[in-house]
Structures are given as structure tokens and as C-alpha cells.
Write a protein that binds this ligand. Structure first.
Ligand code: BGC
Length: 549
């Protein structure tokens, strides 16, 4: 599949730069940095709710309250999976919702659902209440998992877009870590045996309402995405919001240029998207847009990239570890449940800490380099875990050092996952699509993440039983696929403005589109010279890998 790049169009673009990438860039943009940290509370809820349930399920008081659940492994499996299935639906539907009602208000809708879901879970008297609560929370988590990276991408200046979107992953890992250590503590309320109090599991489920409420209230103070405003024809507001976000006056040449670029992209979309008749229902119009992903070559390439990244991410085995870490550590011979639980707690801490370098360096190193380095580290780790498992699977107890080595390489795997594909999978889908289809495309991509998450959680225990160490070789295969696929097929998108993505993926490369783009740019007075406008030069648009996609 080759994406042709139009040099004519690339040459005409001006690269707008507000500041440097990385830590310096974040510090110089305190307003947008704070906004992104705040929006990442959505990620925290995702990680927390995903992480909290496995600990709750094994608490003795929970088993006393819900004996039918405690004694039925299949029902327990569904209790875990209903969240992922709900999230898949939530992500898919939130594309059109966030297009229609705005990114900002769709965050609020999700938080309302999450609040109801959490209340049902912590107040559950019956298994049905628990299930409905998990489903509603799942829907909400799916919605926020797609809209927060989308929102952050749309408000971010190109130089720190990767860092800002990675804050969502930092939120997720923080949530997983807090959930683990919190319930590690609350399990002692009333003692761990027969006298364990209900608070041991109701409290961690109830506590998630607090950040949820904070995020819900905060949405009233979040600005709209300027790109969404432009899409809705609210041009004046888009300019004002952009000025607020960039903390410059409306006559700043960079902000003027940026708003013009957004407008050009919008106009180009309007002129090239299939026209929808006034009588066409909004459902038909939305379906027509989904159909575009398969029919239009450059959109097809982008959606394949966005979904492949999600599927590969999940099949490298991350959630086999996140969900089943205590069992894995026990299986490799770590003695005692406390030891294996502590080893699991370390997974959470490493996952969190190793996300920080991604925030600092994503926009310097670029998505490709980060993914390849991470993929190599993950491959080596999976190879060692699988081989140790193959050699010592019947004699772990005689070889404690081998067990600890396997445990250490689980940690090494997590660290490499966290700074690479754990973070990049949110960035790429939210930055590569043109405005008219962006919401739906991100929804589709993130839904494929949740679907793969569901499949891995479902097959992992069965695979471990059937092919034992082969399971880790299976995950290794996907780590290797990641390296090869990124090397040959993934274009670099760091520092590229969202409006320039067309030049990378070929949306404006057909001869008639080049002409049309030139006309629109002329019409809006944007026939540029290819110069860099701003304080620090952003690297030139790297199109070297595009030919091969
Ligand atoms: C993945 C989740 C995973 C988490 C762990 C995310 O990027 O999408 O499925 O549980 O990372 O940190």
C-alpha cells in the first residue's frame, strides 16, 4: 500500500511552532498542561475501575455477600469482561456523540454514567446490581478512553501534543496503582478472615465517585476544542479559544496562521466529503461516514494503522499481566500469596513510573523510535519469560532464582510497554484523522482496543492451560510484529500539525485535490513559503516512511 506524498503541498506548508517539546514545552504552557492533567482524571478512573475489581473478587466478605458469584468462575469471568464489553460500546458510540454535542460535554455525559455505575457497584445488594453497575461504568470508561485523547490532541500545540496525550496513560497507570495499594490496605478492615468488614470492598468501590465528581464539575470550566468549534462553523469562538489556549493575542501571527490552517482543513473536508442531503437522517449520514473508512484509500490506510496499533498492543499480553499477575507470580514459584501480591503491586508502580519518560521525550524522540525501542525490550522480556517457563515449568520450587528472574522480566516488559505502545496507542489515532471523521475514527480504533482486551482476557487462562509456556511465545510474536510493522509501515507524526497529516497520508495528494487545496489556501490568503513560524524550529515533516504504508 503506497501513500503518495505531494511535495507541492508539503512544500507550501508553514510549520507553526510555539515552544520546544518535552518538559520545557510543558512548563512554558502551564494553562494547557493543567487542563490536560485535569482531563486525565478520566484515565485515572479507567485504570482504577479496571484494577479494583480483581482484588475485590477475592475478599472474603465479598464472597459472603455474593456466594453465587464467589463460587462460579464463569460468572466471575463475566464480571470482569462486562466492563470491557461496555467500554467497547461506549467508545464506539461516543464518536458520533462527541461530534454532535462536543468533546467537552461528552466527557460530562460519561461521568454521569460512571457515577451511577459506581454507586450501584458500591451499594450492590444483588449480583444483578453489581453487573449493571459494571456495565454502566464500562460504557463510561469506553467513552472517556476515546474522547480524552481526542480532546487533548485537538487543543494541543504540535510541539507537546504527544506529551499531553500521554497524560491519559499516566492517569490510567496511576489509577491501576492506587486501586491495588488501596485495596491492599482496605482488605484489613475488620481482618482478612471471617470478620472482614463490608467496608473492605465497598470503600474502594465508593471512593472512585470522588474523582468522578471532580471531573464532572470541571467540565463546566473546560474550553471547547477549537477544532470542534470550527467544524460547527463557530469560527469566532474557535479563534478566541485558540488564543486563550495559546495565551497569545488574536493578532499573534502564529495563532492567525494556526486558525487559518484549521479553516483550510475544514473547507477542504467540506468540499471533498460526499455531500449529505438535507433529507438524509443523521444515522444514515453517520453510517455513510463509517463507510468512507473502507471506500476512501487514505482513510482506509489511517484506520488500519489506528486499529492495528490497538490490536497489537493488546496481543503483546499486557492485560494478561495486569489482570492475572498474582497467578503468574505464584505459577513461577514465588512463595506465599503476600509475596505474589507485592510483586503485583510493583507491576503497578513500574507501569506508572515508566510512563513518565514518555511524557518527557515523546515529542523529541518521535512515535516510531519509542515504539521500536519499546518493542525490542518487550520482545526480549517475553522471550526470557517463555523460555524460563519452558525449562522450569515443573521445577520452579527447586529453582527459586529462575522464578525471580521470570518475575523481574515481567517488570522489564511492563516498563518497556509503558513508555512505548502503552502511550503511543492513544496518540496516533487521535492525531492522524481529518476533522470530519476524526471522532468516529478514534471511536472505532479505541473500540478495537477494548474488543482485543476482552479477547485476551478470555483466552489467556485457557491458553495457559492448553499450551503453557507457548502463551508467552504467542505474546512474543506480537511484540516482534510490532517492531517490523512500525519499521516498515508507520509514518512519523511527531511535531506535525493535525492539518498537515493529509500530506503524510495522502488525503490531499490526488491531482485534483492538490489543485483544490491550493485554491482554498489562496482564497484564505495562506499561500505559504514553507518557512517555520515560531520560536524554535520544529523538524521538517518526515515523509520518508509514507511510501511504504
Ligand atoms: C492499555 C490497557 C492497559 C494499560 C496498562 C493501556 O494503554 O490500553 O489495556 O491495561 O495500558 O497500563
Amino acid at each position: 500500500m503506497a501513500i503518495a506524498v505531494s511535495e507541492a503541498v508539503v512544500g507550501e506548508s508553514e510549520v507553526i511552532s510555539y515552544n520546544s517539546p518535552g518538559f520545557k514545552g510543558l512548563i512554558k504552557e502551564p494553562y494547557i498542561f493543567c487542563l490536560a492533567c485535569f482531563a486525565s482524571i478520566g484515565g485515572l478512573l479507567f485504570g482504577y475501575d479496571q484494577g479494583v475489581i480483581s482484588g475485590v473478587l477475592v475478599m472474603s466478605n465479598f464472597a459472603k455477600e455474593f456466594p453465587s458469584l464467589a463460587n462460579d468462575a464463569t460468572l466471575q469471568g463475566w464480571m470482569l469482561s462486562i466492563l470491557t464489553l461496555g467500554a467497547m460500546i461506549g467508545a464506539l458510540f461516543n464518536g458520533p456523540i462527541s461530534d454532535k454535542f462536543s468533546r467537552r460535554w461528552s466527557i460530562l455525559y460519561a461521568e454521569i454514567l460512571f457515577l451511577i455505575g459506581s454507586i450501584l457497584q458500591c451499594a450492590a445488594m444483588t449480583v444483578a446490581m453489581m453487573f449493571i453497575g459494571r456495565l454502566l461504568s464500562g460504557l463510561a470508561i469506553g467513552m472517556t478512553s476515546m474522547v480524552i485523547p481526542l480532546y487533548l490532541s485537538e487543543i494541543a500545540p504540535p510541539n507537546i501534543r504527544g506529551s499531553l496525550v500521554t497524560l491519559q496513560q499516566l492517569g490510567i497507570t496511576l489509577g491501576i496503582m492506587v486501586a491495588f495499594w488501596l485495596q491492599y490496605g482496605t482488605q484489613y478492615i475488620g481482618g482478612t478472615g471471617d470478620y472482614q468488614s463490608q467496608a473492605a470492598w465497598r470503600l474502594p468501590l465508593a471512593l472512585q465517585c470522588l474523582p468522578c465528581l471532580i471531573l464532572a464539575i470541571g467540565t463546566f470550566f473546560l474550553p471547547y476544542s477549537p477544532r470542534w468549534l470550527m467544524q460547527k462553523g463557530r469560527e469566532e469562538e474557535a479563534l478566541q479559544t485558540l488564543c486563550r489556549l495559546r495565551r497569545v493575542s488574536p493578532d499573534d501571527h502564529r495563532v492567525q496562521l494556526e486558525i487559518l490552517e484549521i479553516k483550510v482543513a475544514q473547507k477542504f473536508e467540506e468540499k471533498t466529503s460526499p455531500s449529505t442531503s438535507k433529507n438524509q437522517s443523521s444515522i444514515r449520514a453517520a453510517l455513510e461516514q463509517y463507510w468512507q473508512f473502507f471506500r476512501t484509500s487514505h482513510l482506509r490506510k489511517r484506520i488500519i494503522i489506528a486499529c492495528a496499533l490497538q490490536i497489537i498492543q493488546q496481543f503483546t499480553g499486557i492485560n494478561a499481566i495486569i489482570y492475572y499477575a498474582p497467578q503468574i507470580f505464584k505459577a513461577v514459584g514465588l512463595q506465599g500469596s503476600t509475596v505474589s501480591l507485592l510483586a503485583t503491586g510493583v507491576v503497578g508502580v513500574i507501569d506508572f513510573l515508566a510512563t513518565i519518560p514518555a511524557i518527557l521525550y515523546m515529542d523529541r524522540w518521535g512515535r516510531r523510535k519509542v515504539l521500536i525501542i519499546g518493542g525490542i525490550g518487550m520482545s526480549i522480556s517475553q522471550l526470557i519469560i517463555a523460555t524460563l517457563y519452558a525449562v522450569y515449568k515443573n521445577s520452579w520450587s527447586e529453582h527459586p532464582a529462575a522464578g525471580w528472574a521470570a518475575c523481574a522480566f515481567v517488570w522489564v516488559y511492563i516498563a518497556h510497554f509503558a513508555f512505548s505502545i502503552g502511550s503511543v496507542n492513544w496518540i496516533i489515532p487521535s492525531e492522524i484523522f481529518p476533522p470530519a471523521v476524526r471522532g468516529k475514527a478514534v471511536g472505532l480504533a479505541i473500540a478495537s482496543n477494548w474488543l482485543s482486551n476482552f479477547i485476551v482476557a478470555l483466552i489467556y487462562p485457557r491458553m495457559l492451560k492448553a499450551i503453557t509456556f507457548g502463551t508467552f511465545y504467542f505474546f512474543l510474536a506480537f511484540c516482534l510484529i510490532l517492531i517490523v510493522w512500525v519499521y516498515f509501515f508507520l509514518p512519523e507524526t511527531k511535531g506535525v500539525s493535525m492539518e498537515q497529516m493529509d500530506q503524510i497520508f495522502g488525503g490531499s495528494s490526488a491531482q485534483e485535490n492538490i489543485q483544490l487545496m491550493a485554491e482554498i489556501r489562496d482564497e484564505l490568503g495562506l499561500s505559504g513559503s514553507g518557512k517555520v513560524i515560531g520560536e524554535e524550529k520544529v523538524e521538517e515533516l518526515d515523509t520518508s516512511h509514507v511510501e511504504k504504508v
